[in-house]
Design a protein around this ligand. Structure first.
Ligand SMILES: Nc1ncnc2c1ncn2[C@@H]1O[C@H](COP(=O)(O)OP(=O)(O)OP(=O)(O)O)[C@@H](O)[C@H]1O
Length: 270
């Protein structure tokens, strides 16, 4: 296991009902790294991140979190999790602030009411996602992208050492993707480590420091965004070389362009 790694996997396998979906994955995430986890549908990205949270089965290899083997890891609040395609329930009425306050619950004994420090951290998390002015609103009245930001705030309020997000920008329109990317950019600038499953690398390209690409349950690329772009461009140019990095057969179209082209201009509100 690598010294100082937040997340460390050695030939790790994860799956469901004893069936391996992710197999032989080795990965170390260091402090401050923002990793984009890419790959086609069904390649095992969600299964991998769920494995870190004990939500899929650990079926082999070594996994440690902050130096502690996964089966002995008890400091769950150190990993902030924003799950995939999770929309906030509309059957229970709650304000934005109330949802974020829930993120503090695992950090204090059940009998202790929330205090001024909890309130300060809730304020800070709401500021970080740009929703302080909406704190009294019913979450059901917010858009999908705004609800995603509420969930990010709920994860942040526990002051995690690493934020694990499963497709935070999925199903969110381009303007809201930009806002989410700005939120993640601010967190990255503060040194927040993140592991982000995404299909929308374009939105996050200024934030990501490393790309890990999965296919068929295995990691088939792990490197810098520029190395990823180069691998793809080499293929696009048809330079005749076989790249060791299989990024040349990555399904994402025009990734080199995605990493280098500016985002479309922001729509100007009248
Ligand atoms: N709860 C589950 N029980 C059994 N099999 C599952 C479960 N969740 C996912 N799988 C299977 O695991 C495989 C990988 O799914 P996973 O959701 O990890 O992929 P993914 O790369 O995150 O895909 P996507 O990009 O579509 O979210 C799929 O074949 C899926 O059917």
């Amino acid at each position: 296991m690598s010294e100082g790694a937040l997340i460390s996997l050695r030939s790790a396998s994860f799956g469901y009902a004893d069936r391996k979906v992710v197999d032989g994955v080795s990965l170390d995430q260091g402090p401050g790294e923002v990793i984009a986890l890419l790959g086609p549908n069904g390649s095992g990205k969600t299964t991998l991140v769920k494995g870190l949270l004990g939500l899929s089965e650990h079926l082999g290899g070594e996994v440690s979190l902050f130096g502690t083997p996964l089966d002995r890891f008890r400091e769950r609040p150190r990993i902030g999790y924003v799950p995939q395609r999770h929309s906030l329930s509309t059957s229970v009425r709650a304000t934005v602030r109330e949802i974020v306050e829930v993120g503090r619950l695992p950090l204090r004994p059940w009998w202790r009411p929330s205090g001024t420090e909890d309130a300060r951290l809730v304020d800070e998390a709401l500021d970080a996602v740009g929703l302080r002015d909406r704190e009294r609103e019913d979450v059901a009245a917010l858009s999908g992208g705004q609800q995603r930001r509420v969930l990010i705030a709920r994860a942040l309020v526990a002051q995690p050492d690493v934020l694990v997000m499963d497709e935070p920008t999925a199903g969110v329109d381009i303007d809201n993707q930009r806002v989410l990317a700005e939120v993640l950019g601010r967190l990255a600038a503060r040194g927040t480590s993140m592991l982000v499953v995404t299909h929308e690398l374009a939105a996050l390209r200024d934030v990501v420091t490393r790309i890990v690409c999965m296919d068929g349950g295995h990691v088939d690329f792990d490197g810098s965004p520029s190395a990823y772009a180069r691998g793809h461009r080499g293929h696009e140019l048809g330079d005749g070389h076989h790249h060791e990095s299989p990024s040349h057969d990555h399904p994402a179209p025009g990734i080199a362009a995605i990493l280098t082209d500016p985002l479309p201009p922001r729509e100007v509100q009248p």
